[in-house]
Structure formats: C-alpha cells, structure tokens
Design a protein around this ligand. Structure first.
Ligand SMILES: *Cc1c(COP(=O)(O)O)cnc(C)c1O
Length: 446
C-alpha cells in the first residue's frame, strides 16, 4: 500500500485499493491527497474528518444549485414513489414529456424532438450520427466528415474523441479514432498587439471557410463549444465567431452542432450560450448542469426539418440509437426541478450580480504579476499562471489542487489555467471566501 499524505482515513485507503479514479494517474495519490466526501450541503463538500471544501468548480461543472438542494431533493423524493424508470421505446411518462416541451420552449420552438442519453459524450455521438444519417436519408451519403476546433473537447468515448483535440486524451488512442478536420480556434488569448477578440474570431472563421470551400461536399457537420472551450483551459471567444460559423454552415450546406454540455444552463450568462450570438444550431447537446448535477442525463435537440427526414415507414430511415436509461424519469424530474428554480428565482439576473461582485473581489488576482489573460464569461472566471520553471509548471495543477484543499477549496486547474466555475448559490461571505482563498492558494503554489 502506498504511503498516504491524506488523513489516514479508511475510506481513502479502501478507495485506492478498489476504485480506479477518472482522469487520474493513480500513482500520484502517493503524494496528492484523495478526499473521502461524507456529505454535501449547498456549495460545500465535507470530508470524513469534518473538513469542508467550497466546491469552486461545481464538481466538474455539473452542480448548479448546491449539494443536497432541498427543492430538488423534494421533487426527487416525490418521483421515487411514482416511477423510478420505465423504458422509453413504446412507453412514455410525464417527466420526459414536460422536460422536452420546456427545453423546446426555451429555444422559442426552433429546436425540439429531444433525444435522450445519460452522459455528454453520448449526446455528442448522437448529434454526429443524426447529422450523418440525415444527409444519407437526403441522398447526400458522401457527407461523412466532421470538423472540430483546435483544443476542442467533446468527450472521451471513441466516437467523441474523433472530434476532440486534446492531445493528452487523444494521442494514446489515436489508432482507434477516425479523425475529424481540425480548424483554428477563436481563442481570444491569441490576439496580437492591437487586435481584438473579434479580429481573432474572424481569422478563425476564415480558416473554417477555406476548409468548407474545398470539402463541404464531404462534410456533414461542424461542432463547436459556444463561447468557452472549457476543457482547453476556459478558452473564451467573441460571439461573432458563432455568427460567422452559422453563416458559413448555411452557405455550404453543413450542419452546426453546438455542444452546450458545459456552457449551457446559464453558465455564460444566458440560458444557452448560443443566445449571445443570436443564432441557433442544427443540433444542441446538453448534459452536466441540466439535472442540477444530481443524475446522469444528456440530450440532443434538433430542428423540425431534420426530424422529418427520419420520419418514414422504413425502420432503417429512422434514427438507430438507444441507451438503457434513455429519458430516466428521476433524472428528468431533477432537470424539471432545476428549470423551475431558474424561473422562480430569476437566476440569470442574480448570477449577473454575483459575477460582478466576484469580479471585483478577484481584482488582486487580475492584476497579479504572475497572472496572464484574466478572463470571465458569465459565472466562469479563469487566468493563466506564469511559471517559468518547466518542472514546476508540469506539476502546477496538482500542487494547486493540494494547496487549495488546505484553504478549504475544491479547485482543479487545467495545466496552468486556473478557473472558477462555482455553483450559483454562493452567499456574499462565500464569494469573499472563494476570492481570498484562491489568491492565497495561488501565492502558496508560486
Ligand atoms: C464534459 C463535456 C463533455 C462530455 O460529457 P461526459 O458526460 O463527461 O461524457 C462533452 N462536451 C463538453 C463541452 C464537455 O464539457
């Protein structure tokens, strides 16, 4: 058994022996603590030693209204006694109908026909398959290729890896993957002297245009993470990019897939990130926050015209895809409770006020000598740490995670990009805690 720095807690040792943790080199737990969570309350997670951690990254971007939220809990308890699950082929139920109607209404009826799965990567694969199959049903079976952006992340199953451009996740499995075309990212950090984010956006769009001029006849869809490429280290771009991509897709007869798995559900300031560019995609993927961070749920919304291309007597022209837990009633009910909180609490307006307050509190970091590219989109804040020593730079994220836990924070930088993506329920005191402790953790790591 490895020597543990973490409190000699039985759950930690048993977990290291029995559980293979995700996105983790297990050997690193010889030096980095593994934390056994006993319970959660609001934005806090509490471990078995009674130590608390402010969940500053919403447990991998899923939690919106805090842990053990009384309103979501009550809805789930009610649903438990009615129906925990029923298959969705040949059967339907109230929660899935209501959720599908409400999500379509949020797009003004432009998108609908919700197709469900359980995780984000599956939603991405559903959108890819639907796009490909749509073109085949329309007699354009040459359209089999996809386009993604530099630094894109759309999940880690073999199909989703095809449109993911994160070397660490992809290189090891390269031989298994049918690669998509990769075009320039509109990441605003690339702005040269005198350039704006909009200039970078136009340059990136021109790269896509060159590809589509050459290959549109073979391209089924372009997939983007609107406004923020989260896994790339919270790379943010100007909404102008989305408008240009929409126009290019229209001009070249190519679908636009918006992966709003991370940026949807209010994260960027609007309910859907696409709203800030005043565009709608042909497929919109949602997961993560949609169930309030409670249960695995993902879905794809699409246009009436696309749905109609599958509507036929022939089974083979129908969409061929299914998951055992498609449209799970408990998960849908958690999503309905989440949408109810958005409506009842005017969440988007409150978030804008909290984000403005947090921005003020983070001023010492924004102006810090070892910080570059301090940036914000909605309730997502990020900055890049300057770490000239290559060895220390490589271990920056792990060292930051460990320092943050000492300061009662759960944070997990991506490389040297430190980010905050907290639940929407922080009190003013908690916002102050978050800003002060982030600064202290950062200075400890430097
Ligand atoms: C998390 C994420 C996914 C994958 O979702 P999983 O549920 O982890 O499979 C896909 N796209 C984006 C943008 C994500 O952030």
């Amino acid at each position: 058994m490895a020597v543990l720095n973490a409190p000699a807690d039985a759950w930690v040792a048993r977990s290291l022996a029995a559980v293979w943790h995700p996105c983790t080199q297990m050997q690193h737990h010889e030096t980095v603590p593994l934390i056994a969570v006993s319970h959660g309350r609001g934005p806090w997670l509490v471990d078995h030693a009674g130590k608390r951690y402010l969940d500053a990254i919403s447990s991998w971007w899923v939690n919106l209204f805090g842990h053990a939220n009384p309103r979501i809990n009550a809805e789930l308890k009610d649903q438990l006694d009615k129906l925990e699950h029923a298959m969705l082929a040949g059967f339907t139920h109230e929660p899935v109908v209501q959720l599908s109607e409400q999500l379509s209404a949020l797009t003004g009826g432009v998108l609908g026909h919700a197709f469900y799965a359980s995780d984000g990567a599956s939603a991405v694969e559903i959108a890819l398959k639907m796009s490909f199959h749509y073109w085949r049903n329309c007699g354009a079976s040459a359209k089999q290729e996809f386009v993604c952006l530099q630094g894109s992340y759309h999940g880690e199953t073999i199909g989703a890896l095809a449109v993911t451009d994160v070397a660490l996740f992809k290189d090891a499995y390269g031989p298994l993957v049918k690669n998509a075309h990769v075009v320039a990212t509109p990441d605003a950090r690339q702005a040269g002297a005198g350039e704006t984010a909009a200039d970078v956006a136009l340059r990136a769009a021109a790269d896509l245009e060159r590809l589509l001029q050459e290959r549109a006849g073979r391209v089924a869809a372009v997939i983007v993470e609107p406004l923020v490429q989260c896994a790339a280290g919270m790379a943010m771009h100007d909404p102008l990019y989305l408008q240009r991509v929409r126009a290019l897709c229209d001009a070249h007869g190519v679908h636009l897939i918006a992966d709003e798995i991370a940026v949807g559900c209010g994260r960027t300031g609007s309910f859907f990130a696409c709203e800030q560019a005043a565009i709608w995609p042909d497929f919109l993927c949602l997961s993560k926050g949609i169930s309030g961070g409670y249960l695995p749920l993902s879905l794809v919304l699409t246009r009436e015209e696309i749905y109609q291309a599958f509507y036929d007597a022939d089974v083979r022209r129908g969409f061929l895809h299914s998951h055992s837990y498609t449209g799970n009633p408990l998960a849908c009910r958690a999503a309905l409770a989440t949408l109810a909180i958005f409506r009842e609490d005017d969440v988007l307006a409150r978030n804008a006020a909290k984000a403005a307050r947090l921005r003020t509190l983070l001023a010492p970091l924004a102006g810090h000598a070892r910080v570059r590219h301090f940036r914000q989109c909605g309730t997502i804040f990020a900055f890049d740490a300057v770490e000239p020593d290559a060895g220390r730079a490589a271990s920056f994220a792990r060292r930051f995670f460990a320092a943050a836990t000492e300061h009662e924070l759960l944070m997990r930088p991506i490389g040297r990009s430190v980010y905050l993506m907290p639940p929407y329920v922080l009190s003013d005191e908690e916002l102050v805690h978050l800003a002060e402790r982030t600064l202290r953790s950062f200075e400890q790591v430097l």
